[in-house]
Design a protein around this ligand. Structure first.
Ligand SMILES: *Cc1c(COP(=O)(O)O)cnc(C)c1O
Length: 400
């Protein structure tokens, strides 16, 4: 979770100090206490496919309520293996190469905990998803960030900086594409660069692909595992949360070669042992039957993105056009602000809207000081109302 300015002290274990309360807790509480529109936390305000919800209910009512197998229900592992094959041409054995986890969050955590320990380093593109830094700290490893910077309207990395971040201690390269919060979908060229570094330095890649279906403007999501030499060194993580608008279900999976999946298993079985059974049954159903629903969701989110982008630009932000995910990164400097944390705390009072200051997702907050993140996975009328409220921001600032 996002780091906070004031570290907690005892009784928290040393390596977790600096990871106090998440920014989402602070900002969501602020939204509630001020009656603001919450574009901070990334959860949809509409439900997943009705038949998928019904499948979970049927699983509960049908007696599927005791421990499922640790690796996951066979029907879900088979559905995941088929999905990777049909969509990406990646073959995985559902028995030994697919493992069901408590959301992508546990999938990433179990992977990192299995592969990196004290003295080891994990390289990740920054800003990082909020669990990564804490997970690496929990493992006792060190996070080496590679900065994503805007270049021609899109966040990307400098290959030389990626290479410089890798040391003899590096064990894992953690890759999130489509990227939260930058909205970048790595191109084949960028992925080839990442793959080359992994192969050269014998690194394991852990890829977080939870937005694999949610890409826009024709951007294509390509799994890193499809690159030469990568299938055998990549653990790929995804989940139902974003794909099917059920972020509360916390049901995901890891796919990879059997030795790496066995390593994940060794950790996961002692974190949570298994993952909720009814959700797994519904997830298996949805992967097979609800992809047309997901295609509609994708198209709707692209329109929502455009709605929010237009509004943020009109309000005076420099808003970056995301190629995927739920989020827009916005530079606040054109509005005369420089500190996103300060603005995010003031925004409910100024405009009745809540956003997330992106600086909490950087090792050095100064690198992301001037960005805030807005979520567009909301009903159109909610986005429109937020945009109307934000419209006064630049005007008021100009007058002040
Ligand atoms: C939402 C999100 C997750 C969490 O997924 P769960 O399945 O809810 O654990 C992981 N990674 C990224 C990049 C996300 O945006």
């Amino acid at each position: 979770m996002g780091r906070v300015a004031e570290p907690l002290s005892e009784p928290l274990v040393e390596r977790m100090r600096g990871f106090g309360t998440t920014i989402f807790a602070e900002m969501s509480a602020l939204a509630a206490s001020t009656g603001s529109i919450n574009l901070g936390q990334g959860f949809p305000d509409t439900d997943g496919p009705p038949a998928m919800l019904a499948a979970a209910v049927a699983a509960i009512e049908g007696g599927g309520n005791q421990y499922p197998p640790g690796p996951g229900l066979p029907e879900l592992r088979a559905a995941v293996a088929d999905q990777r094959e049909d969509r990406y041409g990646l073959g995985y054995d559902p028995e030994t190469e697919v493992y069901v986890t408590v959301g992508a969050t546990e999938g990433v955590a179990a992977s990192v905990l299995a592969l990196a320990g004290p003295g080891d380093e994990v390289v990740a593109f920054e800003p990082t998803y909020d669990s990564y830094a804490a997970t690496v700290a929990l493992a006792g490893a060190a996070l080496r960030p590679v900065l994503l910077r805007p270049d021609a309207g899109r966040f990307t990395f400098d290959p030389a900086e990626l290479r410089a971040a890798v040391t003899p201690r590096t064990r894992v390269l953690l890759v999130n594409s489509p990227h939260n919060p930058c909205g970048t979908v790595f191109t084949r060229d960028e992925l080839a660069e990442i793959a080359a570094v992994c192969v050269e330095h014998d690194l394991t890649a852990v890829t977080d692909e939870v937005y694999e279906y949610l890409t826009y403007d024709g951007a294509e999501h390509v799994p890193l595992a499809t690159f030469p030499g990568m299938r055998e060194r990549t653990l790929t993580v995804s989940s139902v949360g974003k794909t099917f608008s059920v972020t509360g279900w916390k049901t995901g999976w890891v796919t990879g070669p059997a030795p790496l999946v066995r390593a994940v298993q060794t950790v996961k079985q002692f974190l949570t042992y298994a993952t909720g059974g009814p959700w797994q049954r519904a997830a298996a159903y949805a992967l097979r039957e609800e992809l047309p629903w997901v295609a509609e969701l994708r198209a709707a989110l692209e329109r929502k993105r455009d709605r929010l982008l237009a509004g943020l630009e009109a309000a005076g932000f420099l808003a970056y056009r995301p190629q995927g995910t739920y989020f827009v990164q916005a530079d606040i400097r054109p509005l005369g602000y420089t500190d996103g944390l300060e603005l995010a705390r003031a925004l409910p009072g100024l405009a009745g809207v809540v956003a997330v200051p992106t600086q909490v997702f950087y090792q050095r907050p100064a690198d992301g000081a001037h960005f805030v993140r807005f979520a567009f996975c909301k009903r159109d009328e909610v986005i429109d109302e937020a945009v109307a409220r934000l419209a006064g921001l630049g005007r008021d600032r100009a007058r002040a």
